[in-house]
Design a protein around this ligand. Structure first.
Ligand SMILES: [Zn+2]
Length: 272
C-alpha cells in the first residue's frame, strides 16, 4: 500500500525538532508521498528546502490569512519558487471568510493573482476555502480553473457539488473523524467520484479526534493518514487498500507525480 498526504504543514514550528523522525514514521506508515504546504513566500521557500532534504514535494503560495502582505514582488517570488523541481502546485491560496485575518478585497486580489499565475504556468492549484461559498466557486468559474484541489473540504452538499461541477479534486482530512462537526462528511464523501478523491492530514492541525491514544501535544503528522483512510473507506463501504490505490493515483495525476517513482520509494522503505 502506498498513500499520498497531499497537505502537510511541515514548516510549522511544532516540527522544528524532529522533522526527520516525522518523515521516517510517515514512510513506515506507507505514506510514501507527502506534499508540504506553502502558506507564505518565506514558508514556501522553507517547504522547498525540506522537500529537497527529505525527498518530499511542496507547493508555493500565499494563504488568504496573509493576503494583507501580498505585494507586487510576491508573484515574482512565487513564480521563481514554482520552478523548483519539487514544487507541484500553486497555493495554498483562496478565501477565508471565517477568520477574516485579511480584508476581503485583499484576499480576492491575492487569490486571483495566484490563479492567474497557475493558469499561466499550467500548474495545478492547492485551494483553501472557508465560509466563502459561493463567491469562491464564482471566481474559479470566471477564470476557467480546472486543475485544482479544494483542500480540507468541510462544507455542505451545495458547496461540494459546485466544486465537482468545476471538476475540482476534493481533499478530505481528519475533519471526517470529528464527531462534533464532521459527521456530515461521512455521507457527503460518497458523492465524490472515485477519480476526484484525495486524502490529507493538514498536519499539525486537525488531529483525528477519535484516534486512541491521542498523540503528544495532540500534534497531527503524516503518519496518521492511514487512520483517515480507514474512516473514509468505511464511509464508502470499500476496502482501504482500494481507496489507497485510487487516491494515490489521483494525486499522481493532478500533481504530475511519477507513480512508479512513488511505489519504488515505498518498496525501498518496506524492504529496508
Ligand atoms: Zn487550508
Amino acid at each position: 500500500m502506498h498513500l499520498t498526504d497531499i497537505g502537510a504543514n511541515l514548516t510549522h514550528s511544532s516540527f522544528h525538532d524532529d522533522l526527520d523522525a516525522v518523515a521516517t514514521r510517515a514512510r513506515a506508515a506507507n505514506v510514501g508521498t507527502v506534499i508540504i504546504t506553502g502558506t507564505t513566500v518565506l514558508e514556501s521557500r522553507l517547504a522547498a528546502e525540506i522537500a529537497d532534504r527529505l525527498d518530499l514535494y511542496c507547493t508555493a503560495g500565499v494563504h488568504p490569512h496573509h493576503a494583507r502582505d501580498f505585494g507586487e514582488q510576491t508573484v515574482t517570488e512565487l513564480r521563481k519558487l514554482s520552478l523548483h523541481p519539487r514544487c507541484v502546485a500553486i497555493g495554498e491560496c483562496g478565501l477565508d471568510f471565517n477568520r477574516n485575518y485579511s480584508p476581503h478585497p485583499a484576499q480576492e486580489k491575492c487569490f486571483i493573482s495566484q490563479l492567474e499565475l497557475a493558469l499561466h504556468l499550467g500548474k495545478p492549484l492547492f485551494l483553501h476555502s472557508r465560509d466563502a461559498h459561493p463567491r469562491f466557486a464564482q471566481i474559479l468559474r470566471t477564470h476557467g480553473v480546472k486543475k485544482a484541489v479544494a483542500h480540507c473540504f468541510t462544507g455542505e452538499a451545495d458547496e461540494l457539488h459546485a466544486y465537482l461541477e468545476l471538476d475540482l479534486y476534493i481533499g478530505i482530512t481528519g475533519w471526517i473523524c470529528d464527531e462534533r462537526r464532521g459527521t456530515h462528511l461521512l455521507r457527503l464523501v460518497r458523492d465524490i467520484p472515485a477519480d476526484r478523491l484525495l486524502l490529507e492530514t493538514d498536519s499539525p492541525y486537525l488531529t483525528p479526534r477519535d484516534m486512541k491514544p491521542q498523540p503528544k501535544a495532540r500534534r497531527n503528522e503524516p503518519a496518521f493518514l492511514p487512520h483517515i483512510l480507514k474512516t473514509v473507506a468505511r464511509a464508502l463501504g470499500r476496502p482501504p487498500e482500494e481507496v489507497a490505490v485510487q487516491t494515490t493515483r489521483n494525486a499522481a495525476r493532478l500533481f504530475g507525480i511519477d507513480e512508479s517513482r512513488a511505489s519504488t520509494t515505498a518498496q525501498r522503505t518496506a524492504a529496508a
